[in-house]
Design a protein around this ligand. Sequence first.
Ligand code: ASP
Length: 443
Amino acid sequence: MAKQHRRSNHGPNQTSNHEVSKKWYSWYFESNLLYRILIGLVLGLIAGLVFKEKILWIAPFGDLFVRLLKMIMMPIILSTLIVGASSVSPANLGKVGIRVIVLYLFTSAMAVFIGLATGTLFRPSAELASITEAVGRQAEAPSITQTLLNIVPTSVAQVVVNESILAVIFFALVFGMGISYLRVSKDERIKKGGDLLYTFFDGIAEVMMLVIKGIMQYAPIGVFALVSVVFASNGPKVMGSLGLVTAACFVGYALHIILVYGGLVKVYGGLGLKRYFQDAKNPFITAFVTRSSNGTLPVTMQAAQNLGVPKDIYSFSLPLGATVNMDGTAIYQGVCAVFIALSVWGRAFSIPEMGIIVVTATLASIGTAGVPGAGAIMLLLVLDSVGLPVVAGSPVAGAYAMILGIDALLDMGRTALNVTGDLSCTTVVAKKMQQLDMAKWKT
Ligand code: ASP
């Protein structure tokens, strides 16, 4: 401040210098974050290949980014899940609620399967061998029974300290549902408490969103540092693997649309696919461009209305879906988990490990906020659950950074799928409850 003041007293030259530097800053903050991250990735790649081990000093800048992400992981899961669960009123958890939720869970679990399958089929892997030795194959996945039991925490404080994600998710859901009951209580005192808690956690969730926005401003630099270290240590051989990750994700997205949504709408719902996609394409395209399920919500609602879904069904199921039903995200998490396991461990997942991933990725996709890039944060917890924690300086962090560099592209496809999933389940539930206006399907 004092410096600036002194400068401005030094005549026109100094003032224009000041303007130049201001312009530079505003370019950074005002330009599109996606492009900046992509530029960070490309420059990091070039710098790593050109400077080789001479650039390794930059590693702490990448580690800083990983630490920032890990810092917000726990509060963001706790707050968004509690808010999500407490937004559903107990009255709506009746017939419609149960059906919609079962379908959401089913399609998400199918999505993880498809992601794991296409991931295993394409076998994308970056040969990070030279930096994997330290962390190597140390991680042993826990048994499935133990993992399932561990979902129920014995001490809430302990799960937060130990970063036991599944247990945190379980607690947040139970706690959130508790709040939703308080909020509809006839006892004024209890209702007030429920509303207060809801506002409190909603406030925390909002703060965390702001913090994420801030951290993401650092992402281009963090990605630059992480990627240059990966390429400096591994050379050009890791490049093709990113193409394979992208291909595996998009083939997974396409398979999910054909097999799961096609099956759901046509076979289970007995509805015409052509007519369905006539209206479903609008939210699909909007989500693809905006990369936000929440942002697309008005368009998805309009599509539901055009398809003849009654308002009392879609006004409950679509906002819920935009928050908790993320099939595209689940596929992406499956593929990325395979990519990181192959890169770091040099092997694909065993069946029990896949079981753990199906459970965690389904839950993680539920916990993913419907905003751009949120799925990449939740990927951290999927990796954690299977013994691949993103620890600063580890090969997992390197592989994770590579994915982050192409996240925008992967996010477009997964968000489009996320909203199509909400619309498919909503339409089918309305049909099954005989509440779908079939006159709209005759055209
Ligand atoms: N962008 C996605 C959505 O809004 C979430 C994600 O990043 O996976 O649905």
